[in-house]
Design a binder for this molecule. Structure first.
Ligand code: CUA
Length: 676
């Protein structure tokens, strides 16, 4: 059997050949006849003429098919060249965020968020990171784990602007703010009234609010109540965290929540353009199942899947913000302004709409006109029309749920339903009017066309298998008002046979899919994550970011993003004592830590400031103090502070952990802790 390379593959191969020739700096005679390469399985692969023999030999020796060669050419980024996109991927239950270059899928960085990370000195003594992490403690319990789910890039007019990244921790209902000037976490806020969030984080089109929907209902205020009081006391919440761009912080005092029925709210999305000011969340337990197989009740998975429909939650966020500001319209619960359910209904800021059985994603189309709800237990996606919703609200075309919340008429709000396949979960978009939906049970990605108000315009176009059990998908600029197309990353739940075996816990698999439209969709790269579940990701054009190469000034406080009051310049190094309190002011520069000797006494409380006085790109110094659990990363210009109690006497060596120079090994010093 002979396989013929497609025209596109031939063109790409020719480009590859040309690149190889120019790299070699030599002229090559055009081949006079087609080069036939025996494929690994013994079949003969016929290719066009003009290919360098070496490239063909490599491809043949490695057993590459024409599709493999094409994928390699599409994803290979030569040494010294940079990627087109940044992918910000959740690290799932590793509690952090991964930064990946697309199309190479090279991991660039792991941003420590909810979990301590030793390389970046996050959570190992530095006061800055302790301040951030401690703000996420829950009722006095130190929380040092997390389950990151949905990263959200800050937006300006509905477009990613590359300034900030937000991500939630599902396990403890927390939201973190990452500053993309230095790719570091700056803030963690804890919602005081719930314990799990899932529909988080989603930003409004100008990042006025970072939206967070709760997941598992708990008593409002997150108190104790027996499960028998589920319907009366258990509640969900939609929280709108107010974000202040200037300070780069969420302002909890200006944030508010809306009380929701205990329906297990799921994913959410903010409206855009025509639907700007509104937000939408799915829910999956309209049955209000409370589990308890021990008492003879159906288990959660069955109890929460009985009804044919659950409820989409529809919020007028703009109106809710006005109500939150009005006197007497909110209740302060644990320091958070809460709009109670009856107020939300009275004020017309909260509606429901039936949606098919246990849905998962709700994804607003780039024009803001339609909300695509994936079925999960239904092979369809359901297309809700925003204008239809508004009309139904105006017409009061609704019934009421058990809590008196208006439930809009299904037929009045839905444009159409499109059958896509088994287990549709999440939808993304390109710039050409197409949608892409993950099919969990089919282990496939399906491309389909959007039809606007015309039900006949919605058509399934093609499917590509992925490996395996596809969850979220992230298309280039896919959540904006102007998606790019080009690439889509499939965040798979299972990897099975894709990588070398590494024991029973397998790497998680992110796959890059070519959706450029120059042919069928194709999986072109498998990337093992190396850490926990790649839950969701967002992909932004690389040129939208402008990160600092070094901090703006020597002596920089990275928490305040301003000059540090503890900045230490050369000549200012010192050790001060005030009773049992010792303060060290240290500088770090290639290849010296000053002072080299630090002498203290057992029982002292030590506050130690280190300023990296370097201004050279990449001249980072690390600092570790074995025996005291101290690990720091001090980037060029940074001033950092750590504190510890000298509980043990002895002689300790501290040293720089970054291989910063030929004399890196000599960049050390001694801490002498004298016995009392
Ligand atoms: Cu500084 Cu090694």
């Amino acid at each position: 059997m002979k396989r013929i390379l497609s025209m596109l593959s031939v063109v790409l191969l020719l480009l590859f050949a040309a690149a190889m020739l120019s790299a070699c700096g030599e002229e090559r005679q055009p081949a006079e006849e087609a080069t036939a390469v025996p494929a690994a399985d013994g079949d003969e692969t016929v290719v066009a003429s003009g290919l360098p023999d070496e490239a063909m030999t490599i491809a043949s020796d490695r057993g590459f098919s024409p599709d493999d060669i094409r994928a390699a050419l599409m994803t290979y980024v030569p040494s010294g060249k940079l990627d087109e996109y940044y992918l910000f991927s959740s690290g799932g239950h590793s509690g952090n965020v991964l930064v990946v270059g697309v199309p190479s899928m090279r991991i660039l960085k792991q941003i420590a968020v909810f979990t301590p990370e030793s390389w970046q000195g996050y959570g190992f003594g530095s006061v800055e990171s302790k301040t951030i992490l401690d703000a996420g403690n829950v009722d006095g319990v130190e929380i040092r784990m997390g389950d990151t789910h949905h990263p959200a890039l800050s937006e300006t007019e509905g477009d990613y602007d590359g300034d900030f990244l937000f991500i939630n921790d599902k396990a403890s209902a927390r939201v973190a703010v990452i500053d993309l000037r230095d790719f570091e976490t700056k803030q963690i806020v804890k919602d005081p009234n719930i314990i799990s969030n899932h529909g988080s984080t989603f930003v409004t089109p100008n990042t006025e609010y970072v939206l967070q929907g709760s997941q598992y209902a708990t008593p409002l205020g997150w108190d104790y109540a027996p499960i028998s009081e589920y319907k009366e006391k258990y509640r969900g919440l939609m929280t709108a965290w107010k974000f202040d761009r200037e300070s780069g912080r969420i302002i909890p005092e200006e944030s508010f929540s809306i009380e929701l029925p205990p329906y297990w709210q799921d994913l959410c999305d903010a409206g855009k353009l025509v639907s700007d000011g509104w937000a939408f969340c799915n829910s999956l337990n309209s049955e209000m199942a409370t589990g308890g197989v021990e008492q003879g009740n159906p288990p959660f998975e069955a109890g929460a899947s009985q009804n044919d429909t659950d409820y989409m939650h529809i919020f007028n966020i703009d109106k809710a913000a006005e109500v939150a500001e009005a006197a007497g319209k909110t209740e302060m619960i644990n320091g958070m302004r809460v709009i109670r359910m009856d107020t939300a209904v009275e004020e017309g800021i909260f509606f429901l709409a039936p949606e098919p059985k246990s849905p998962h994603g709700v994804d607003v189309t780039p024009d803001g006109k339609y909300m695509v709800v994936a079925g999960k237990l239904d092979p369809h996606v359901t297309i809700f029309g925003f204008e239809k919703m508004m009309q139904a609200i105006e017409d009061k075309n609704w019934t009421e749920d058990a809590y008196g919340i208006p439930v809009l008429d299904f037929d009045a709000t839905v444009v159409t339903q499109v059958e896509l396949g088994l287990g549709p979960l999440h939808t993304q978009y390109d710039g050409d009017g197409n949608a892409y939906t993950s099919l969990f049970l089919d282990s496939a990605l399906v491309k389909w066309s959007l039809g606007g108000d015309d039900p006949a315009g919605y058509k399934v176009l093609e499917k590509v298998p992925v490996q395996y059990n596809l969850g979220h998908i992230a298309a280039a600029e896919g959540d904006t008002v102007s998606p790019d197309g080009n690439y889509l990353v499939a965040l798979n739940k299972w990897a099975v046979d894709r990588f070398l075996p590494v024991g029973p816990l397998l790497p998680q698999n992110e796959q890059l899919v070519d959706i450029s439209g120059a042919g069928p969709m194709r999986v072109i790269y498998d990337m093992p994550m190396g850490v926990g579940e790649p839950h969701y990701a967002q992909m932004i054009k690389a040129d939208k970011l402008d990160p600092w190469l070094v901090y703006p000034e020597v002596g920089w406080d990275t928490l305040a993003q301003a000059p540090s009051e503890f900045a230490t310049l050369p000549g200012e190094e010192k050790i001060e004592r005030d009773g049992k309190n010792v303060t060290v002011f240290m500088t770090a520069v290639r290849s010296h830590l000053t002072p080299e000797h630090v002498e203290i006494e057992k029982g002292d409380h030590v506050t130690w400031h280190i300023t990296n006085i370097e201004t050279a790109h990449d001249a980072t110094h690390g600092f570790q103090l074995g025996g005291y659990n101290i690990s720091l990363s001090i980037e060029p210009g940074e001033t950092t502070t750590f504190e510890f109690d000298a509980v043990n006497d002895g002689t300790f060596a501290f040293y720089c952990t970054e291989f910063c120079s030929a004399l890196h090994l000599e960049m050390m010093g001694y801490l002498f802790v004298k016995p009392e």
